[in-house]
Write a protein that binds this ligand. Structure first.
Ligand code: BES
Ligand code: MN
Ligand code: ZN
Length: 464
């Protein structure tokens, strides 16, 4: 992805991409000359949004790419991404019609991603040459973070188990001089992570908790927690095949917080960063946890199990309780937590939950600016009663039989394990793009972390 952006001064010849609308096309063609004009007519090209045409110059060699954008509004910041995989291999640059060249370049590079791990041929390359003023270093940091998140999600569970996922955290933190530990298997019981152990113990690949820190203890403390379920069969409440087929992506929260951590560390922000990832496989075997079990939790609350397929909130509860113990200034968790979130808002608009009004407002503004959409849902306290249990302190799912507000009740459950953090925000992400869109290749997806990176830079860059 990073390689798809180059400096204009470093490339000899590049083909211009001109953004046109149906209205501006005639003027643009008048400039380009007769060959381009008749080529357009021959191809019936009228500049419809999202369409493109490579037009010849007078000598018959490609002169420019015409790219159709909306008449009425500004082009979507990532519209250009729609071109990337259709253009012939080669080098391009942006000519007229792009109001925000930085966003256009980001959209181009985000679309240029492909997951090549299992392919012999990496495919053709298209590069965009960008103006020297553009901050390529910052763009590169963002692209590397997104790539890390996507690569981890796209890697199937046969090659990414709890061990490999926790190792990915270790490698990332080691690269930047961070330190930490991985608690493995029965040590989770010794170290008081009973729910991480209960969810993960049925897999032959032992459950783990990765806990890494970076930065100076005197700086503001930011803690990121990610759901690292490397595969979610549903456990004894087994998912039907159609619901299970995509469940390699159930570590999407972990992948996203690692992508965000990579951005923060590469930028050397003056924060004390901590990442906590419970890494488990929700598998089926004789020693699996069961519906009706009552689990102890790190926090001390007893939890009645209503459905072993609601495993994410259990492992996150122990991880959040750990993070909360040192009262971080900001604690953020990300998780592919509920199908209900997708029913409410679809795959491309993740809900987030927080009681911090200022944080919520900042997030809305930054999400829009970064074209990294997010939508706030409420931590609606009256629904807490759906989690009442007769035999334990709390039930982890809504057992009232109504099936209402699945994403909210999951968030409310987790809120019971956070008391001391200055602010807490929870993101119920989908982590996957079902069908390719500009800036979003089909497959594993980073969601919310470009927005969060902007927000964290904005808040913490100047503190010393
Ligand atoms: N990993 C799933 C949630 C999920 C499913 C996210 C599909 C994205 C797409 C989670 O562990 C789960 O199975 N949740 C259940 C909870 C229910 C049993 C209360 C769900 O959402 O159906
Ligand atoms: Mn599940
Ligand atoms: Zn899950």
């Amino acid at each position: 992805m990073r390689e798809s952006l180059v400096r204009k001064s470093d490339v000899a010849s590049t083909t211009p991409v001109i953004a046109v609308t149906e209205a501006t096309l005639p003027d643009v063609l008048a400039e380009l000359g007769d060959a381009a004009k008749s080529w357009c007519a021959l191809n019936d090209y009228i500049g419809r949004p999202g369409t493109f045409l490579l037009v010849p110059g007078a000598n018959g060699i490609g002169a420019a790419v015409l790219f159709g954008t909306e008449q009425t509004e500004l082009p979507h910041p990532f519209a250009l991404g729609g071109l990337v995989n259709a253009l012939p291999a080669g080098d391009y640059h942006l000519a007229d019609g792009f109001p925000d060249p930085e966003q256009a370049a980001l959209g181009f590079a985000l679309s240029a991603y492909s997951f090549g791990r299992y392919l012999k041929d990496a495919g053709k390359t298209r590069r965009l040459a960008v103006a020297d003023e553009l901050d390529l270093d910052r763009l590169g940091v963002i692209l590397d973070g997104v790539k890390l998140a996507r690569d981890l999600i796209n890697t199937p569970a046969n090659d990414l188990g709890p061990g490999e996922l926790s190792q990915a955290a270790a490698v990332l933190f080691r690269q930047h001089g961070g330190t930490g530990r991985i608690v493995i298997g029965d040590d989770l019981l010794e170290e008081n992570f009973p729910m991480v152990h209960a969810v993960g113990r049925a897999s032959p690949r032992a459950p783990r908790l990765a806990d890494f820190t970076w930065g100076s203890d005197s700086d503001p403390k930011i803690t990121l927690v990610g759901k690292g379920v490397i595969f979610d069969t549903g456990g004894l409440n087994l998912k039907p095949g159609s619901s299970m087929s995509l469940m390699k992506k159930d570590m999407g929260g972990a992948a996203n917080v690692l992508g965000l951590a990579a951005m923060i560390m590469a930028t050397k922000l003056p924060v004390r960063l901590r990442v906590i990832i419970p890494c488990v496989e929700n598998a089926v075997s004789g020693n699996a946890f069961r519906p009706g079990d009552v689990l102890q939790s790190r926090k001390g609350l007893t939890v009645e199990i209503g459905n072993t397929d609601a495993e994410g909130r259990l492992v996150l509860a122990d991880a959040l309780a750990l993070g909360d113990e040192e009262s971080p200034d900001l604690m953020i968790d990300m998780a592919t937590l509920t199908g209900a979130a997708r029913v409410a808002l679809g795959p491309d608009l993740p809900p987030f939950f927080t009681d911090d009004e200022v944080l919520a407002d900042d997030m809305a503004v930054m999400a829009e600016a970064a074209a990294d959409p997010l939508w706030r849902l409420p931590l609606w306290r009256p629904y807490m009663k759906y989690l009442d249990s007769k035999i334990a302190d709390i039930n982890h799912i809504n057992t009232s039989g109504t099936g209402f507000a699945g994403s909210i009740t999951a968030a409310l459950f987790m809120s019971r394990f956070v008391e001391n953090a200055g602010s807490w925000a929870h993101f119920d992400i989908y982590g996957w793009t079902p069908m390719e869109k500009p800036g979003k290749p089909a497959g594993g997806e980073a969601q919310g972390i470009r927005c969060l990176f902007d927000l964290i830079c904005d808040r913490y860059s100047d503190t010393q």
